[in-house]
Write a protein that binds this ligand. Structure first.
Ligand code: CMC
Length: 428
């Protein structure tokens, strides 16, 4: 088989190398095309453009496959823990017992944040969305760890930054919620595991003991695993492109959080519950909303449906759907919104509009239902996604730096005015 693709343009032929990934994925390398032909490629939204080579996550949207470092998401969700998956995603291999013990211990001992973070938090109005607060607080870590700004730090020093951000994000996330509800902050406690500590900081008060419900902690751990990485999505690409200018890990992750916030990306989990509640408040007429989603003159979309890459099913959604049933049953919760979700899913999956476009429930469709059952408020849902996605952002940033990827700088096709003379204001 030829390792070249040929492009014919204007009577000339250009040979372009074809690169192949370890799962047989093929890509035409156009990096030198402009130099030889004067042509660039255009692909709005990067729908068919590989921005990098990566060994972290493999995703086949047609077959519904998702693997991290070669391990299937189904197996990881069933057998692993979030901290172990974080190690795997970031460092490339499953940890030995000793490596995992040390990783957990390092994380546990860095959960506390500088006292001055509290004064930054105090500056936010209580109405501030926790995603905005979280993004700002993560960016503020550069002020507390200014050496993290040095792009040429040693592997050990970079590792220190990685440990700090993984350790501190749950504290910052829980505090952004406490700011929202104007409750006193709860400090991290080294006797608790990652998820339990987060739940404690979210739901307890400094003056009280807190018994973590193991069902809730386990469900949260699984949800975080399911969000750990998802190759070159909007926020991961943001983290890589910000980091490609040699910006620090904290600055890059802060940008990733902002990218995740939007309702077309991580913000969809909040938007799903808001949509389901709106349907319920409107009398529960699901068909009306299916029709609205299909109507091109109506901007309404079924939130939690569709995916840029998955066109058959989202493997994470399957696992989450099952987990949602288990959590609701073991916590004895009956959620009328879940009934609307099931009805909506049932109708949409049979409807030709959705079938033709490969629109299936995605990870965000059911995650919000679990978060609700766990007692997590709606505007914290995307923060939960951020907690889960952190290992992926870290791994993408680390890989990009280790591979020496160049600064991200796309080109464009200019469609504005040609050169024209300046007109003095008196003559306009
Ligand atoms: N409801 C109704 N129609 C839809 C939807 C939807 N949720 N999603 C896509 N379509 C239609 C769209 O109108 C278009 O139709 P046509 O071909 O007739 O113009 C077609 O399907 C293709 O849509 P697209 O917008 O070109 O596809 P995309 O790959 O650019 O967008 C998406 C992917 C996820 C942004 C989109 O499906 C969407 O807006 N979904 C709702 C938001 C959502 O749930 N986002 C979470 C994604 S999963 C979590 C994550 O990883 O971020």
């Amino acid at each position: 088989m030829s390792n070249f693709a040929e492009l014919n343009y204007n009577g000339q032929s250009f040979k372009l190398p074809v690169v192949e990934g370890s799962e047989g994925e093929k890509a035409i390398d156009i990096s030198k095309l402009r130099g030889t032909s004067g042509l660039i490629t255009i692909d709005k939204g990067f729908k068919n453009t590989g921005s990098t080579e990566s060994a972290i996550t493999f995703l086949d949207g047609e077959k519904g496959i998702l693997r991290h470092r070669g391990y299937s998401i189904e197996e990881l969700a069933e057998k692993s823990s979030f901290i172990e998956v974080a190690y795997l995603v970031i460092y490339g291999e499953l940890p030995s017992e000793e490596e995992l013990r040390k990783f957990k211990s390092d994380i546990t001992h860095h959960t506390l944040v500088h006292e001055d973070v509290k004064s930054i938090l105090d500056g936010f109005p209580s109405k501030a969305h926790p995603m905005g607060v979280l993004s700002s607080l993560v960016s503020s870590l550069t002020a507390f760890y200014p050496k993290s700004l040095d792009p040429n730090r040693s592997v050990e020093q970079i590792n220190g930054t990685i440990i700090r951000i993984i350790a501190k994000l749950p504290t910052l996330a829980a505090w952004s919620f406490k700011n929202r509800v104007r409750q006193p902050l709860v400090y991290p406690n080294n006797n608790f595991d990652y998820c339990s500590n987060f739940l404690r900081m979210m739901f307890s008060l400094p003056t009280e003991d807190y018994n973590v419900n193991p069902v809730v902690a386990k469900a949260l751990d699984k949800l975080l695993i399911l969000h750990a990485d998802h190759e070159q999505n909007c926020s991961a690409s943001t983290v890589r492109i910000v980091g490609s200018s040699h910006a620090s890990l904290y600055a890059s992750v802060s940008a990733g959080i902002a990218a995740l916030w939007g309702p077309l990306h991580g913000g969809a989990n909040q938007a799903v519950i808001e949509m389901l509640e709106a349907i319920k408040a409107d009398g529960g007429n699901v068909s009306k909303y299916i029709d609205k989603a299909k109507d091109k003159s109506d901007p309404f979309r079924l939130m939690g449906f569709g995916h840029r890459v998955y066109k058959n099913f989202d493997p994470r959604a399957r696992i989450i759907k099952k987990a949602a049933d288990e959590v609701l049953e073991s916590l004895g919760i009956e959620d009328p919104v879940l009934e609307i979700a099931k009805e909506l899913e049932g109708i949409a999956l049979k409807d030709q509009y959705f079938v033709d476009r490969g629109l299936y429930p995605n990870v965000d469709f059911y995650s919000g239902i679990i978060y609700r059952a766990l007692g997590i408020p709606t505007d914290m849902f995307t923060v939960m996604f951020a907690l889960g996605r952190l290992p992926g952002w870290v791994a993408q940033w680390k890989e990009m730096r280790e591979n020496g990827d160049p600064i991200g700088r796309p080109r464009q096709v200019y469609t504005g005015h040609n050169e024209r003379p300046y007109i003095p204001i008196s003559e306009r």
